[in-house]
Design a protein around this ligand. Structure first.
Ligand SMILES: NC(=O)c1ccc[n+]([C@@H]2O[C@H](COP(=O)([O-])OP(=O)(O)OC[C@H]3O[C@@H](n4cnc5c(N)ncnc54)[C@H](OP(=O)(O)O)[C@@H]3O)[C@@H](O)[C@H]2O)c1
Length: 282
């Protein structure tokens, strides 16, 4: 098969390419991004920009399957537009199987919820493509490592209430995507790719404390306090808005999901948060 990986210059895309090459040899892998120079051999690079439809028409030629990864464009509506453009281009190019990386908790919410971008994309894919699969990603376990790095010296992780998520290792998500791409099956399925367990804010802090040997708690703060802290750390407004949305989603059960879909697709268990945190700190 000839398989396209959109976003192949990014962390998830690179992991998908590596998994395709290491675990599913014999396929042609095409990495698609705006920076072809970052596509690692033996994958071949093609230029493709979600914001330039003409570039996608060329990038998606002759592919049997493609995975579309969301960009980091956090402006409300931007990712919906990019995904619709990419889905149309893939259908037009005759790509047989379109795999969409969507987001946990996706539902029909009013803008500016980030969920609406993924909802629009999912609905468009279902309508437009003959053969499709949706993988909704939970929060990356690696994000917890970044959170730990930022906050460990303060003695507490912070949240907007009691939070919970089924954190998934990015490489596990990549393995699930790669397995679906080569499978020639999973058509019409919507999967939630999660880790093996729900982890609360306090449990997350306890895992980090145990791995690092440093005391760490979990504190609930107001939204104003949370925003002020992020602004103080120099994060731009749209990013602060996005993180607040994610934090609220963690309180509102958007990510409080654990399924057996990863094991169903790959035949093995997903990595627990502790393994990812321990490896990242080692
Ligand atoms: N679940 C979570 O916890 C979590 C956390 C962070 C991010 N995410 C989401 O998951 C996505 C993948 O994660 P990641 O870690 O791989 O992020 P990443 O390393 O920042 O990669 C993002 C990819 O998007 C591509 N991209 C950006 N704008 C594009 C455009 N206009 N057209 C085509 N490609 C474009 C980039 O490629 P080029 O710049 O080379 O084109 C890059 O390969 C992110 O973009 C974000 O939407 C999820």
């Amino acid at each position: 098969m000839k398989i396209g990986v959109s976003g192949a210059s990014g962390q998830l895309g690179k992991a998908i390419v590596q998994d395709l090459i290491a675990s599913h040899a014999g396929h042609g892998v095409i990495g698609i991004s705006r920076s072809q120079g970052n596509i690692q051999a033996p994958a071949k690079g093609r230029f493709g920009d979600y914001d330039q439809p003409a570039s996608l028409a060329a990038a998606y030629q002759d592919l049997d399957a493609i995975v579309l990864i969301p960009s980091l464009d956090v402006v409300p509506g931007a990712r919906a537009k990019q995904f619709v453009t990419a889905i149309d281009a893939a259908v037009e190019a005759g790509v047989k199987h379109i795999v969409l990386v969507s987001n946990a908790g996706t539902k029909d919410l009013p803008a500016p919820s980030m969920h609406v971008d993924f909802w629009v994309a999912e609905q468009h894919l279902i309508r437009a493509a003959a053969t499709w699969t949706i993988l909704r990603m939970n929060l990356y376990a690696e994000v917890v490592f970044r959170e730990a790095q930022m906050l460990i010296d303060s003695g507490a992780l912070i949240g907007l209430g009691e939070e919970s998520a089924g954190f998934v290792a990015r490489e596990d998500l990549a393995a699930a995507v790669a397995a679906v791409l080569v499978s020639g099956s999973h058509a019409g399925a919507i999967y939630d790719i999660t880790g093996p367990e729900r982890v609360t804010g306090a449990q997350k802090a306890a895992v980090i404390a145990e791995v690092t040997g440093k005391p760490l708690g979990f504190a609930v703060v107001t939204e104003d306090q949370f925003r002020a802290g992020m602004a103080h750390a120099g994060l731009p407004g749209p990013v602060v808005d996005l993180v607040v949305q994610i934090k609220k989603g963690m309180v509102g059960h958007a990510y409080d999901i654990v399924t057996g879909h990863f094991e169903l697709i790959t035949g093995r268990k997903p990595r627990p948060l502790r393994d990812v945190i321990a490896a990242a700190f080692s």
